[in-house]
Ligand binder design. Structure first.
Ligand SMILES: C[S@@+](CC[C@H](N)C(=O)[O-])C[C@H]1O[C@@H](n2cnc3c(N)ncnc32)[C@H](O)[C@@H]1O
Length: 262
């Protein structure tokens, strides 16, 4: 079953090296946290639902912004991915739920916002997923999806490089803007807006970028960090900054709100 295959994909080595990447280079995604804060804008006391939370890099930041009176429900189908967050979830305002977006079944129906980053392209049945999310969010509630969209340079990088070099392959379905608009219309969301957002992934040394990508995308045996760096340099942009080196990461951020019930 496709859903089971996804659970396997982010288990074991794939999940362990993903976590290693973020533990070793914990500041690499500082600008992505700022991007989340800008578009999701979590407010104190809000209830936020996170889809494909992984090991909780964004969950912890969201939980801090909503404060002790807020609630973050962090979901992901992979037990391995969620294990670090589960151990850390004694913050009190994080609840961890193991589920795919398509099969999400939680009692809460009045979330203020949904956040998902880098996960929707792994969701096999996006119509079911958008429908489930719309049931969980109050009218006017926000949905922010930061992801790789079809036809972009980032999609070309994944299809040309990551699909060949990741130890699990990369069998996914990137959203197009047109399909995302249709999904929103079909499942109770207002017409979405799309934003091209390039964030710098920040490192001290140029070679750190190759090492980070080698871990993050669990490179197959025989693929070196230098090869990962070269491929990123060919498809994306690797630049010298005032404080070190950056890999420029060009994502798409989709924002929409839950339509009012008629
Ligand atoms: C690239 S990781 C992103 C994790 C995290 N959001 C981040 O930015 O670090 C993709 C995540 O999507 C999850 N995923 C895969 N299939 C999914 C599905 N059907 N529904 C929800 N999440 C899924 C994976 O388990 C994985 O943790």
């Amino acid at each position: 079953m496709y859903g089971d295959a996804k659970i396997v994909e982010f288990s074991g080595r794939r999940s362990a090296t993903y976590q290693d990447a973020l533990a070793t280079y914990s500041n690499a995604w500082r600008s992505d946290i700022a991007c989340m804060a800008r578009f999701l804008d979590p407010k104190r006391g809000e209830k936020v639902l996170e889809i494909g939370a992984g090991n909780g890099y964004f969950s912890v930041a969201i939980a801090e912004l909503i404060g002790a009176d807020g609630l973050l429900v962090a979901t992901d189908p992979s037990v391995d991915q969620l294990s670090a967050l589960e151990a850390d979830a004694e913050h009190g305002n994080i609840r961890v739920v193991q589920a795919t977006a398509e099969e999400l079944d939680i009692d809460c129906r009045d979330f203020d916002a949904v956040w998902s980053r880098g996960a929707i392209h792994h969701v096999a049945n996006k119509t079911a997923a958008f429908g489930r999310l719309s049931e969980c969010v109050r009218p006017g509630g926000r949905m922010v999806i930061a992801d790789i969209f079809a036809g972009t340079q980032l999609a070309r990088y994944f299809d040309s490089v990551i699909a060949r070099t990741c130890c699990t392959g990369h069998e996914v379905a990137f959203l197009s803007r047109e399909f995302a608009e249709s999904l929103c219309a079909l499942t109770g969301w207002n017409t979405p807006s799309f934003h091209d957002v390039t964030t710098p992934w920040e490192f001290d040394r140029r070679e750190d970028i190759g090492h980070f990508l080698h871990l993050l995308f669990s490179a197959k045996d025989g693929i070196t960090p230098d090869e990962c760096l070269d491929a990123a340099d060919r498809f994306l942009s690797v630049t010298l900054t005032s404080s070190g080196w950056a890999l420029m990461w060009p994502m798409t951020v989709m924002t929409t709100t839950r339509a009012n019930f008629s």
